[in-house]
Design a protein around this ligand. Structure first.
Ligand SMILES: Cc1cc2nc3c(=O)[nH]c(=O)nc-3n(C[C@H](O)[C@H](O)[C@H](O)COP(=O)(O)OP(=O)(O)OC[C@H]3O[C@@H](n4cnc5c(N)ncnc54)[C@H](O)[C@@H]3O)c2cc1C
Length: 405
């Protein structure tokens, strides 16, 4: 085992997790790191070489809000993403077997698109490709196996293949998706509320094509989203009760498409092809602490949401850019990395957004997962009302677009 010291007091930052969130933070800080002489380590358990897929960059697609587009422009990667994103010109929300339908249009909201869909693998390539190896030291595959608070920062054990090393860092950012066990080691409690649902994720092809419409359809067994992808393809997120999901995911392609067609209908014509299916058990998870001196918990590790409203990464990106802004501003005031007042200030600024976004996703999930007649009626009145009432629709659109209400 070897031991490494930090670059200088208050100048060493370590990000655990090179997923979408960890990579965005490194990207947002790399210019400042070059100027300020910071050392940024990005530790990722999976290989990060081009063409390799790791958890953040799997077969899923992500609906990026209009607000996320603006942030990705600030990070300097939007131009590289335009070739691989599909714009959402309309969002169509419906309830199977009931009359209520809500439609949101980009032109009515006066934006070029309500959002953009990108395949996670493409987003990963762009984010990792934009990192400057002079400013960000990648360690991949490398696993952070333990973390301890020590005077002035954290001490980390990092395992790379056969060898391991211990490093000191002034600011530790946990962007590990909450799966490394480090939160437990550090005694950070997480509130976990399982939804009893599983999301089946796959890509499908339809005869008619999606026409740049994103569909959100609420069915007896759970909500179903179809996001427009390049060509005739759509990204499917089909939420089902956990006791049915495995059986449906394992159906042969033809039977799977028939079951999906029955649940979704013919809005995009006949469904003709389906890709590999992956199942994700769904839970609302919230860390009870997000900052301590020398420590920040970010992304899914801080809050993991139901994918129904496509808000998880969008919220985490807003957190990430806000954190980077605070760290950069603090650097200009000669504050060291890890200063608790700076980290607390970041969290205070993001709390309202986090609460609203978590509540929005959770409320939609519970409302639309419930088959009680009174709620069904209320929700259909709600959908009709949204279609009729421009201010309510605009509010829904702004939340869905990731813009401040
Ligand atoms: C079905 C589904 C659909 C979704 N759709 C949308 C959407 O449309 N829009 C949206 O905004 N959000 C969406 N989300 C949410 C979005 O995927 C997450 O918010 C996002 O992936 C979180 O990224 P992350 O980097 O925080 O975590 P992760 O993606 O989990 O990445 C964590 C990384 O840390 C690494 N790691 C873990 N432990 C260690 C360790 N000990 N040492 C080193 N590295 C480690 C992992 O290998 C991984 O690469 C969806 C989620 C699901 C499940």
């Amino acid at each position: 085992m070897s031991s490494a010291k930090s670059a200088g007091a208050g100048k060493d930052l370590t990000i655990i997790g090179g997923g979408m969130v960890g990579a965005c933070l490194a990207l947002a800080l790399q210019d400042c790191a070059r100027r300020a002489g910071w050392r940024i380590r990005l530790i990722e358990a999976q290989p990060l070489a081009a063409g390799q897929v790791q958890p953040s960059y799997d077969s899923r697609s992500t609906a990026l809000s209009h607000g996320s587009r603006l942030l990705l422009e600030r990070l300097g990667v939007w131009d590289r993403l335009t070739a691989c994103v599909e714009p959402i010109r309309q969002i169509h929300v419906s309830d199977r077997g009931h009359p209520g339908v809500t439609r949101l249009y980009a032109e009515k909201e006066r934006v070029p698109a309500l959002g953009y869909v990108v395949e996670n693998a493409r987003l990963g390539e762009v984010l990792l490709g934009a990192l400057d190896p002079q400013a960000v030291e990648w360690m991949a595959p490398a696993r952070a196996s333990s973390a301890r608070a020590v005077p002035g920062g954290y001490s980390l054990d990092i395992e790379t293949g056969e060898s391991s090393q211990t490093v000191h860092t002034d600011l530790l950012v946990l962007a590990d998706g909450g799966r490394s066990g480090l939160l437990d080691q550090l005694g950070v409690h997480r509130e976990i509320s399982p939804y009893g649902q599983t999301a089946i994720v796959t890509n499908i092809t339809s005869a008619q094509g999606h026409g740049s419409v994103a569909y959100e359809r609420f069915t007896e067994s759970g909500p179903l989203a179809l996001l427009p992808l390049a060509g005739q393809r759509s990204g499917l997120v089909w939420t089902l009760p956990e006791d049915q999901a495995d059986d449906i995911a394992a159906l042969p392609d033809r039977e799977f498409l028939a079951a999906l067609q029955q649940a979704f209908g013919f809005r995009i014509g006949a469904l003709t092809r389906v890709g590999a299916r992956t199942a994700y058990p769904l839970k609302l998870i919230e860390a009870q602490e997000q900052v301590r001196a020398h420590l920040v918990i970010l992304g899914n590790a801080a809050h993991s949401l139901h994918p129904i409203a496509g808000q998880g990464f969008n919220l985490s990106l807003r957190d990430t850019v806000a954190l980077a802004d605070r760290l950069i501003a603090a650097q200009a005031r000669q504050r060291p990395l890890g200063d608790l007042a700076v980290l607390q200030d970041y969290l205070d600024g993001q709390r309202a957004d986090q609460r609203l976004t978590v509540a929005f996703s959770d409320y939609l999930t519970r409302l639309f997962s419930n088959r009680q007649p009174v709620l069904t009626l209320g929700r259909n009145l709600g959908l009709l009302g949204l279609d009729l009432l421009p201010p309510a629709r605009r509010m829904f659109a702004k939340q869905a677009m990731g813009l401040k209400i």
